[in-house]
Write a protein that binds this ligand. Structure first.
Ligand code: NAD
Length: 291
């Protein structure tokens, strides 16, 4: 029996083709602003990817780089400027932020209409309430996971799902989205007793722990659908590599599994740009209503 590699590249291309088409219909290019605080190396790589992908589909970007030691109130002052800036349709604050800055307090200052990462409590609340309307932005990574599962026809309705990780930006929202698709969801975390008893029972397993090699082949159900969100940078033979949470090489002999890299990463970027185009569409619709 061979199982599917749940590559994120093809579903991401599908999303990007649609975005490009929609962006062309607008009178001007959508604009995504990106705030980067400090020099954290992986963030620089992710931001570069976002800029390149946006450019490919006709979305402009501008980057605001702030020094590591910036005070929270200065970051919030920039956020307030971007909230007022008419040429910016949406923006994101690249995480992780330095430890002296309270990320949640920062997210709450973002205008929900421009919150294309979907981290504002209003957008998060809508995920909880299953209100995916024209005014909301679902968080990009969980939306990307859903897109991968749909693209590869993973049967979600009635499935036993295990989500490993309970963060606000990945674990909790993906658990809610799967619940809204009628799955029975268990959310596991560092205090879960006997993690394998949950993962083994899962028809769909989403792993977002940031713990390389956490999920091994003997912990998964034969034929399950497994999406590995984890990305950890490690040095292998002197080279900087990205690895996931799942032992892909062995798990793929037993179940369908997304690779790292090339799985959730490209999907996350595509969903972020999709939210930006949606923000531009909504922005123009509001302007037309006023005039
Ligand atoms: P986080 O550190 O906020 O949360 C990790 C969660 O995993 C916690 O809830 C913790 O309880 C759980 N966990 C950790 N070790 C565990 C273990 N041994 N057993 C059970 N649970 C365990 O991280 P996050 O922001 O949710 O990100 C998770 C991973 O996903 C990270 O590797 C991050 O880099 C990656 N990520 C990737 C993308 C992408 O686009 N590919 C986007 C966001 C996050």
């Amino acid at each position: 029996m061979t199982y599917k590699t749940l590559s994120g590249k093809e579903p991401a291309e599908e999303v990007l083709r649609d975005i490009e088409h929609r962006a062309k219909k607008l009178h001007r290019k959508p604009m995504l602003a990106i705030i980067v605080v400090g020099e954290y190396k992986p963030s620089q790589i992710y931001v570069k990817r976002k800029i390149e992908t946006a450019a490919r589909v006709g979305v402009d970007t501008e980057v605001h780089r702030l020094p590591e030691e910036i005070e929270e109130k200065e970051l919030i002052a920039l956020i307030e400027r971007l909230n007022q800036d008419k040429k910016v349709d949406g923006y994101i604050v690249q995480t992780p932020l330095p430890k002296h800055i309270n990320a949640q307090r920062v997210f709450e200052k973002i205008d929900p209409h421009k919150d294309v990462d979907g981290f504002h409590p209003r957008n998060m609340g809508k995920v909880l309430l299953n209100i995916f309307d024209e005014n909301m932005f679902p968080p990009a990574t969980p939306s990307g996971v859903m897109k991968i599962l749909h693209y590869y026809n993973a049967p979600i309705d009635g499935a036993n799902v295990c989500v490993v990780g309970r963060s606000n930006i990945v674990g909790k929202p993906i658990a809610m989205m799967l619940l809204h698709h009628n799955a029975t969801v268990s959310i596991c975390h560092t205090r879960t007793r006997d993690l394998a008893s949950y993962t083994k029972n899962a028809d769909i397993l989403v792993v977002a722990a940031g713990n390389p090699g956490l999920v091994k082949a003997d912990m998964v159900k034969e034929g399950a659908y497994i999406v590995d969100v984890g990305t950890t940078r490690v040095l292998i033979d002197g080279k900087d590599k990205v690895v996931g949470d799942v032992d892909f090489e062995n798990v793929i002999k037993k179940a369908n599994c997304s690779p790292v890299p090339g799985g959730v990463g490209p999907m996350t970027v595509a969903m972020l740009i999709a939210n930006t185009v949606k923000a531009a569409e909504q922005n123009l619709a509001r302007l037309n209503k006023k005039s």
